[in-house]
Ligand binder design. Sequence first.
Ligand SMILES: Cc1cc2nc3c(=O)[nH]c(=O)nc-3n(C[C@H](O)[C@H](O)[C@H](O)COP(=O)(O)O)c2cc1C
Length: 260
Amino acid sequence: MLNSKPTLETLLNHRSVRKYTGEPISDEMLSAIFEAGRAVSTSSYLQAVSVIRVVDKTKRTSLRQISCDMTAEEYDKALSEGKRLGHGYVESCAEYLVFCMDAHRHHQLADVNTDWTEVTLIGAIDVALMAQNMLAAAESLGLGGVYIGSLRNDIRRAGEVLGLPKHVVPLFGLCLGHPDWEAKINQSQRPRLPLNVIVSTDTYQIPSDETLSAYNEEVKAYYASRGLDLDWKAQIGETFGGEVRPFVLDYLQSQGFAKR
Ligand SMILES: Cc1cc2nc3c(=O)[nH]c(=O)nc-3n(C[C@H](O)[C@H](O)[C@H](O)COP(=O)(O)O)c2cc1C
């Protein structure tokens, strides 16, 4: 029988884990994690999710390349020069799972329209809920993980690597493994927005500029403690300041989603 930590303790201790010991995840743990995902709520009982477990080393390398935007040669060279690299954990984690929005089986079984934007919302919500059930289950078992949205850097290629048919779209990956707690990058929790910014009662409350600035300073101090010169405002700018993967819509539509 598996030992798992209580739910609240697990959730309140969350942090992304990007370095692992190399120990495999036992079959018993893995199947408990998958069952936790299978049990999740699902919009209109549609179950619009598929999970691809990526064990093939070549496929892992291809997916890591999509996430960190380097060829295998550039990656190895940077690694040998001791440079800090993003997304090596896609290859080094014990399990790499890719979560897909899936309307394929609905088309197999029935004559349906899944090109409404609403269907994309239904699918994306179902996928995220299942993934989070699985990450929470994994964390309750003492494992750690990190989501990989950078899979969408080349979403079409990711779909090709995984052999996805029409009506299936990869949304993000999830690395899982036994945390290497000795590694500095795994230790601290990132400060979140205060509850009075996230939660309003009855009517949406726009937070004051002072509250947001104070939070920005808190994030700056957090990054400074890790030797980084960064704050939340800069991070938002990096992500939303320019085009945000504009090719995603085209791919979604080519897979039969979000046409109207
Ligand atoms: C949908 C999603 C996609 C993410 N994609 C990546 C990613 O591609 N690479 C990465 O290192 N972290 C990724 N993360 C992890 C976030 O950076 C992390 O959750 C956030 O900075 C908060 O840190 P914490 O999880 O340690 O609290 C992703 C998280 C989510 C929810």
